[in-house]
Design a protein around this ligand. Structure first.
Ligand code: PGA
Length: 251
């Protein structure tokens, strides 16, 4: 995927009807670009609408993703979807370990690892999310926490050196709070993650996009995106309305 990567995480917003209206408005206003990739992560029920709209526009700079998968391929897991199913429904990438999955639904590093493995096996690129809580930040544990989440999350991925994945650094205290890490602070953590990745996969690390997320909006997006080692943005609240998302995607 071309960098920067601008990703819209709608969370539990925009059902199929609203998703189609969003995509029609967004695609009408967003001219095809060769210098970046846009990913839309709708709720799973809206994935077909988003994927169909992107496919109908005959462009490859806008793709659909899915917010979560189960690690099994199929079976008795009521309410879940698998990586092959998400791919079949049009997902080009899956989020793994978003902070709401970890902190609202109790997802563990071990489960994230199984999800990264499942996505790799299905040939579905994944975006592993890492980030510290406010308590961890105040205890100066940020680096330790994100490195642990990174190492554990990727621990089961076969052939890591050639695996297709991205990272997102999202400090938990910055998500949906209006508080944003400064470009300098975010950049410092991205540098830590990059150096850890180099340790794991060598120079291939430089090809792996690392996105920042947490209260990104059209006013702060440019300075975050301009900071060293920030290869993209993962945007929640400001991505739900087409006009707001358009102004960020065009930065
Ligand atoms: P936010 O969410 O932009 O609303 O803070 C970001 C995210 O959760 O990915």
């Amino acid at each position: 995927m071309k960098r920067p990567v601008l990703a819209a995480n709608w969370k539990m917003n925009n059902g199929p009807t609203a998703a189609k209206i969003f995509m029609d408005a967004f695609l009408a206003g967003y001219a095809p670009r060769t210098d970046r990739t846009v990913i839309i992560f709708p709720p799973a029920v809206s994935l077909p609408a988003v994927a169909a709209a992107a496919a109908a526009s005959r462009r490859n700079d806008v793709v659909a993703g899915v917010q979560n998968i189960h690690w099994a391929e199929k079976g008795a897991f009521t309410g879940e979807i698998s990586a092959p199913m998400a791919k079949d429904a049009g997902a080009a990438v899956v989020l793994v370990g978003h902070s709401e999955r970890r902190h609202v639904f109790g997802e563990t590093d071990a489960q994230c690892a199984k999800k990264c493995l499942a996505a790799s096996r299905a040939g579905l690129p994944f975006m592993l999310c890492v980030g510290e809580t406010i308590q961890q930040r105040e205890a100066r544990e940020t680096e330790k926490v994100v490195i642990h989440q990174l190492r554990e999350g990727l621990s089961q991925v076969p052939n890591l050196i050639s695996a297709d994945f991205m990272l997102a650094y999202e400090p938990v205290w910055a998500i949906g709070t209006g508080l944003t890490a400064s470009a300098g602070d975010a950049s410092a953590i991205h540098t830590v993650l990059r150096s850890e990745l180099r340790d794991m996969v060598g120079t291939r690390a430089d090809e792996i996009p690392i996105l920042y997320g947490g209260s990104v909006n059209s006013a702060n997006a440019a300075s975050l995106l301009g900071a060293p080692e920030i290869d993209g943005l993962l945007v929640g609240g400001a991505s739900v309305e087409a006009a707001s998302w358009l102004s960020i995607a065009q930065i």
